[in-house]
Design a protein around this ligand. Sequence first.
Ligand code: FAD
Length: 301
Amino acid sequence: MAVDIGRSISEIVAAGERTYSFEFFPPKDETGAAQLWQAITELEPYRPTFVSVTYGAGGGTRDLTVQITERIARETTMVPVAHLTCVGHTSEELNTILDELDVAGVRHVMALRGDPPGGPGSAWTPTEGGFSHASELVRLIKARAGAATRVGVAAFPEGHVDAESLEQDARVLREKYDEGAEFAITDMVLRASDYVGLLERADAAGAAMPIIPGIMPILGLRSMERMAELSRRELPREVVDRLTPLADDPAALRAEGIQIASELCETLLEAGAPGLHFYTLNRSKATREIWDNLRIEVPTA
Ligand code: FAD
């Protein structure tokens, strides 16, 4: 069931419905744009609760987040969520982008700090006149006149790479909740037990919002290992053990990756996940395959 302005994601979850959502990123060129809109078109019939569009770490794609979410709001039946980060922006610039999103009819924002320009784990230097923590961006959004925008935030199944401890990590989530965040989406979940641990820590810290697990199937072992390394994580041994024997057979490896992701989704939903958030990488096929494996019913209008 898609969210309208009247129903927030937390209200949908409170009503006992699951949320299903898809994430896209702004393309770098024409070919990428065609691929993105093909994926969006192929996934629209699944009637996701919302679709989100990431915000570039810098460079040329940043304006595209507003443009793409605006087009989703205007041309599709789907509810767009625009990501926004504090990287390189003053609070005035962030306010200007939020004004643009308002005009574009985008009513949901993922409020993020963003990674330091040196990558995850390197030192963070705030922009003068800007923010150091995502909680400050949540506060800015909720303090705006009308304050109609619904805010989501990031959560981390294994704790954020720079968190002092898992408890401090949960306190940060509580801070974002206290500032007005209504839901959280996690970094890609590698192990269901990490996600369950996060739910327990968030609950103990009083971060009483839905925390939706992020899903990214492994379709290539080396590329996924590199991606995990970049965020200073490691693929679980049991997953690597299932995929390594298939390293020379890309089709079999991909099929096993889809199977592993489908099993993970089932375990997460059984463990109480309020829904699933698919990192699509601007392609629809893997998400559709997992969706079919899980036999998720497409909601009626
Ligand atoms: P914060 O909540 O600010 O946390 C960052 C660090 O600061 C943590 O170590 C935290 O423990 C610490 N901290 C926070 N508050 C305090 C405080 N008050 N006192 C002391 N320490 C504190 N990046 C992009 O560039 N574009 C995107 O579109 C994007 N989308 C994302 C979507 C999801 C679902 C996720 C999980 C991540 C996304 N990211 C994106 C990456 C994200 O920006 C980075 O992981 C970033 O390093 C942390 O962002 P945050 O919003 O969690 O920051």
